[in-house]
Design a protein. Structure first.
Length: 292
């Protein structure tokens, strides 16, 4: 059957496609010990999926695995840093050994910090790209190669950000990694379509997780976390469960990008059309967050 014409801008593609049953499917999630990763693992279990969990903190992964098991699903833990050599193979192998397959991958691990670009060292920039971008890109590539070799469909996702479309002052390095994720996902989604593999980028807005606390510690700014959360309007700060549920909806009915805030997506479009407006808006936002 010939593919349908793309829908109008702002309309989810192919919304009349049958919704996929996720029962018995297997999801691999990095950064699964807390925040969006943990919430997504639990949401996937509620949808009937088994989950391979990856993060550095094995004890935290154990807590998430216990919650998954309480929902009647299975969990497999693969503890380790996403930058460790061979970690992608370990996760994929673990899924096959425990469950006989994997159907979806969510490269979610990442971090940020609050620092002007001129104060970011070369090593800090490279380290952030290693975690946020290169590790995820490797996992998606390796997963895609296996799916193609086995002639099986699948779904690959990366946790990008609304900041993939515009940037914040003092967050240039982080925003660059998120933009790189977005572009790679868009390219792979086109390249792998004929193999039955969907690729989606996920674009959260501010999320109430450990992310800001970790950023504060890395930035050497103890008050950064509280400042950002307190100064950000509630409409631009969400719970991780909102993103997790949106990811599950995307697994059921694939689309290229996952957004949970129409207003932020619309603002991103305006800032792309008018960069000077974006600079003005982000300058005001930065001043607001910098207030004591």
């Amino acid at each position: 059957m010939a593919p349908k014409d793309p829908p109008p801008v702002g309309v989810a593609p192919y919304t009349d496609a049958p919704m996929r049953d996720l029962t018995g499917r297997v999801m691999i999630i990095t950064g699964a010990s807390s925040g969006i990763g943990a919430a997504t693992a639990i949401a996937c279990a509620k949808a009937g999926m088994d989950v391979v969990l990856n993060a550095r903190r094995a004890d935290k992964l154990g807590d998430v695995a216990t919650q998954i098991q309480s929902l009647g699903r299975k969990a497999q833990i693969v503890a380790g840093d996403v930058t460790e050599p061979g970690i992608s193979k370990r996760m994929l192998d673990a899924a096959v050994e425990r469950f006989g397959r994997f159907d979806a991958v969510f490269a979610n691990a990442g971090y940020g910090y609050d620092r002007p670009m001129i104060d970011v060292t070369d090593q800090e920039l490279r380290d952030m790209f290693e975690v946020n971008f290169f590790a995820g890109a490797e996992l998606l590539r390796d997963a895609a190669k296996r799916l193609i070799a086995e002639k099986r469909p699948g779904h690959l996702l990366m946790c990008s950000s609304c900041l993939a479309k515009f940037t914040l002052p003092n967050s240039g390095a982080y925003c660059a990694t998120k933009a790189a994720q977005n572009h790679v996902c868009r390219a792979m989604n086109i390249e792998l379509k004929s193999a039955g593999i969907h690729v989606s980028s996920v674009h959260p807005i501010g999320t109430r997780t450990e992310f800001f606390e970790v950023s504060a510690k890395r930035s050497g700014k103890p008050d950064y976390s509280k400042r950002v959360v307190d100064s950000t309007p509630r409409m631009f700060m969400q719970r991780p469960e909102r993103i997790a549920n949106a990811v599950v909806r995307c697994l059921r009915r694939p689309r290229p990008e996952v957004w949970t805030s129409f207003s932020t997506r619309f603002a991103a479009a305006l800032m792309t059309l008018w960069p000077s407006f974006g600079d003005w808006l982000m300058t005001r936002a930065d001043r607001l967050m910098s207030k004591e």
